[in-house]
Design a protein around this ligand. Sequence first.
Ligand code: SF4
Length: 212
Amino acid sequence: MINSIKQRAKKILLRLKTEYPGSKCSLIYQNPHQLLIATILSAQCTDKQVNKTTIQLFAKYRSVNDFANADIEELKQIIKSTGFYNNKAKSIISSMKNISENFSDKFPNNLKDLISLQGVGRKTANVVLGEIFNIPGIVVDTHVKRLSLRMGLVKNTDPGKIESDLMKIIPKENWIELGHLFIDHGRAICSARNPKCPNCFLADNCLKINIP
Ligand code: SF4
């Protein structure tokens, strides 16, 4: 059973790589703390809106210390358009304070340290580990969750379980790119509300779970 899922996953990945060459993270950042902040802001928000917001944000606050010492009300106003801005502002200031106090000589570069920061879960940590440090991890965002379930690669709906189930069927060297490829396909064809199955190049290898 697991071997047939592995075979399907392999074919799916190969095809996605052909269709989306150069697939990569669409968040705009210049350094690790900017990527961490952009990823916190991307919860329940599009990367496009985050990138619009961070132009002003990263111009006003440049260093980790600038964010750690930011006035929370001013910060909230700038990030308001990304939604859930009260919690996001708290997470940004708290995580940057923690980095400034405990990781001033070296940005946290492992899962344990990253998820110890307020507002940083496995998804955000894996984005930073993959993008900044090239450490393999599977980013389970809303697209990866939806596509993995629809394709019948996983059965669990909990993101942590999806991550570990995918790790069992996807070779480690593909973990980082899997997130980018699934996100591209989710945006282009397999959208949440209107998956275009009749036109999808993955149809032969997809179980189309819960697609009417
Ligand atoms: S066949 Fe349908 S459900 Fe499967 S990946 Fe394509 S669009 Fe998504």
